[in-house]
Design a protein around this ligand. Structure first.
Ligand SMILES: [Mg+2]
Length: 403
């Protein structure tokens, strides 16, 4: 949730603002004067600041000046709150770099719309600014990686990339019911590079957009070729980055790739992480609902490691919960992990969600999951991620989990 700092010396106004913002689920911090306000802004780096103008010691103008000089707080949206309604005060505040100006008394909706406006603009700005910030600090190794990544995409047209498929197996029947698609990059200069290394770079350079599009397109073509070979009812999961998920044409591209390949949207499952959703819950829910109404399945990936937003879970349009490998590793012997995993499975089932356990490596782990009715598993115990042809071989030979 966005964090808002309120700097206001009048207690009644401050309490009123706190109540109002907390009722809207904002995280709030408050300062009773300008000096504390500046300290809190620097130590807490809030997402937005509401600040009174008339205060003893440091007034609102002084707070704004101090924060604009500090790199970590310089771009935080800053809204003045004041009883003064004279035009000259308004201009002075805006000229000093305030983002907005609300005159007291204000209505609840005036306040909230000013806040939401600023938060949205700030989120967009951060997305555009972060690539440059990251690039300036790249180590020589990362610079080489970046050059190679550009070349692999622009000149070599993705030939160095390959999509691997890790089987997802129904625990009760032992049958393969799906696969998670995983990107691999075999660079001639740098060798095999895993997504954990190049995806953050791809995100910071914006290359994630063409990469994500390529993955989605290739996966759809692959499902089509399996359909043509007589393999039905296989769901293929695709991992998405926050940047791709927030692209305005993402759904359009997805619909396009499925329809040109004559696929049903329910052949695809999109994997999102908790943190991606929590960045902007409302807009994430809107996109997820749109995807779900098309028939695309949605999974929450690596569940349990992020915000563990159990309360939100019931409001999210999702189909599947993937329990992070951390909880599965040694689950049968670790009493804390087994208690958490058991509760997660039960909770997910109460919400009518399918549960996939990630990173299953031993018979004991599988035994525990089977005993507690976990729906599916994925992990080295059954298979590592495989090139498409090898995965296909598992399907044609009816490779099954020992039941
Ligand atoms: Mg995943």
């Amino acid at each position: 949730m966005p964090k808002i700092l309120i700097i206001e010396d009048e207690e009644a106004v401050r309490e009123n603002l706190l109540d109002l913002l907390e009722a809207e689920d904002f995280e709030t911090i408050a300062a009773a004067n300008g000096r504390i306000g500046v300290h809190l802004a620097i130590s807490e780096v809030p997402d937005l600041i509401l600040c009174d103008i008339m205060m003893p010691e440091i007034d609102g103008y002084g707070v704004l000046t101090a924060l604009r000089q500090e790199p970590s707080t310089a771009t935080i949206p800053f809204i003045f709150l004041t009883a003064k309604s004279a035009k000259s005060d308004f201009r002075q505040g805006m000229d000093m770099g305030a983002d907005d100006y609300i005159t007291k008394p204000f209505t609840r909706s005036e306040l909230l719309s000013a806040i939401m406006n600023r938060l949205e603009k700030y989120a967009t700005l951060k997305r555009y600014l972060s690539p440059q910030i990251v690039n300036n600090n790249l180590s020589p190794k990362m610079q080489l990686l970046e050059i190679s990544l550009h070349r692999a995409i622009k000149q070599h047209n993705f030939q160095e990339f390959e999509i691997y498929y890790q089987p997802i197996v129904d625990i009760a029947s032992g049958k393969i019911v799906g696969a998670e698609s995983l990107l691999r990059w075999q660079s001639p200069e740098l060798g095999m590079i895993y997504p954990t290394e190049f995806i953050p770079l791809a995100e910071s350079t914006g290359l994630i957009i063409p990469i994500g599009k390529w993955v989605l397109k290739r996966v759809c073509q692959q499902i089509k070729s399996w359909r043509d070979a007589g393999i039905n009812s296989l769901i293929v999961a695709v991992n998405l980055s926050a940047i791709e998920f927030n692209q305005p044409d993402f759904i359009h591209n997805l619909v396009n790739f499925t329809s040109v390949n004559n696929l049903e949207p329910h052949d695809l499952e999109i994997e999102l992480t908790e943190s991606m959703i929590m960045q902007d819950v409302n807009s994430a829910i809107a996109t997820m609902s749109k995807l779900q109404s098309l028939g695309v399945k949605i999974a929450i990936d690596d569940f349990g490691t992020g915000y563990s937003s159990l309360i939100y879970l019931k409001n999210l349009p999702i189909n599947t919960l993937k329990i992070d490998r951390y909880f599965i590793h040694n689950v049968a012997k670790d009493s804390q992990k087994s208690a958490i995993t058991k509760a997660l499975i039960q909770m997910a089932h109460n919400l009518n969600l399918d549960v996939v356990a990630e990173g299953v490596e031993t018979e004991a782990e599988l035994g525990f999951l089977r005993q507690h009715n976990c729906n599916s598993m994925q992990g080295f115990l059954f298979s590592r991620p495989l090139p498409a042809a090898e995965f296909e071989n598992c399907l044609f030979t009816n490779k099954c989990l020992y039941v």
